[in-house]
Design a protein around this ligand. Structure first.
Ligand SMILES: [Zn+2]
Length: 271
C-alpha cells in the first residue's frame, strides 16, 4: 500500500514535470529559434590556394598568381566560416610541399598529393581550388569554374558557383568547364577549380588587385556553395556547362586558331 502511494506520487510528479517543462523552458526555446540557422553548419570545406613558394603560377610584372590566390582563399575562408562552415586551408602562407631535390612534374605531383592528404585527413565535404588564369591573348577575361567530368556532384557544384560568378556586374559570362587536372581527378569528394580571372587582361588585372573585388568574388563563390548544399534543385544547366573534355576543347580551340591563322601556342595552358 505504501509502495503504491509512493509510486502514484512519483507518477504524478513525472507528469507534472513533463507538462510544466515546455512552459518553463519556453523563453529559452524562443531565444534559440530567434538565432538564425547558419546555412553551412556541419559542413567542412577545404580551400586550396593554388601554387606557392617557388611556384608562382601566372605572373604579370610584380603580380604573382600565388599571392592573389592566397588573399582570396583567406577571405573566402572567413566568409564560409561566418556561414557556419569548418574551413581547412591546404596552405596558409607562401610555400608549397615539394621537398628539396624534387623537380618539375615530380615536385608538382608531390605538392598536390600532400594537399590531397590534408583534404582527406580533415574529411572535407567539398574542395574549392582557387587560381588566376593567364593567356597570351590579352582579350580573354572572365571567371571560370572547372570540374572533373566523372564527378556529377562536382559538376553541380561548378554550375552553382559559375551561375553566381556570372552575376558580377561587368563579368564576361563564361561557362563551367571540364578539366582533368590532378587536384580534381585525385580528390575523392566533389571538387572544383575556380579560375577567378585573367591576369593577362588589363581590365581584370586591375580588378584582381582590388580587395573589394576579392570580397565580391568570395561572396559569389559562397552563395554558390550555399545553394549547392541547401537548394540543389535550383541549380539548372542553363547552357552554361560544357561537357567536352579538356583535350577535345584544346583540339577545337587549336583548330579554330589555325583556321583563323592566329597564333595558338600556349593558348590552352591553364595556370
Ligand atoms: Zn594557377
Amino acid at each position: 500500500m505504501r509502495t503504491f502511494r509512493i509510486k502514484n506520487i512519483l507518477v504524478i510528479m513525472m507528469v507534472f514535470t513533463l507538462v510544466m517543462t515546455p512552459r518553463a523552458l519556453a523563453p529559452a526555446t524562443n531565444a534559440n529559434q530567434a538565432k538564425p540557422v547558419k546555412p553551412l553548419n556541419s559542413k567542412t570545406i577545404a580551400i586550396d590556394p593554388g601554387h606557392g613558394g617557388y611556384d608562382p603560377g601566372a605572373i604579370y610584372g610584380n603580380l604573382y598568381e600565388k599571392d592573389i590566390n592566397l588573399k582570396i582563399a583567406r577571405k573566402l575562408a572567413r566568409r564560409l566560416e561566418q556561414k557556419g562552415a569548418r574551413v581547412i586551408l591546404t596552405r596558409n602562407g607562401d610555400y608549397n610541399y615539394a621537398l628539396v631535390g624534387m623537380h618539375g612534374r615530380d615536385a608538382k605531383r608531390y605538392d598536390f598529393d600532400q594537399r590531397i592528404k590534408i583534404i582527406q585527413a580533415n574529411n572535407a565535404d567539398i574542395v574549392l581550388t582557387i587560381h588566376v588564369n593567364s593567356m597570351r591573348k590579352s582579350s580573354y577575361e572572365g571567371a571560370e569554374t572547372f570540374y572533373y567530368p566523372k564527378s556529377s556532384a562536382g559538376k553541380t557544384l561548378a554550375l552553382s558557383i559559375q551561375q553566381e560568378l556570372r552575376t558580377i556586374p561587368s563579368m564576361t559570362k563564361r561557362i563551367a568547364k571540364v578539366s582533368n587536372c590532378y587536384m580534381l581527378r585525385r580528390t575523392n569528394v566533389p571538387a572544383v577549380l575556380v579560375e577567378v580571372g585573367y591576369l593577362s587582361n588589363k581590365h581584370e588585372r586591375e580588378l584582381l588587385k582590388d580587395p573589394d573585388y576579392h570580397d565580391l568574388l568570395t561572396q559569389k563563390i559562397t552563395a554558390g556553395v550555399i545553394q549547392y548544399f541547401n537548394s540543389p534543385e535550383k541549380i539548372t544547366n542553363n547552357g552554361i556547362v560544357q561537357d567536352t573534355t579538356a583535350a577535345v576543347e584544346y583540339v577545337i580551340r587549336a583548330m579554330g586558331n589555325i583556321f583563323l591563322n592566329k597564333e595558338y601556342q600556349g593558348e590552352s595552358k591553364q595556370y
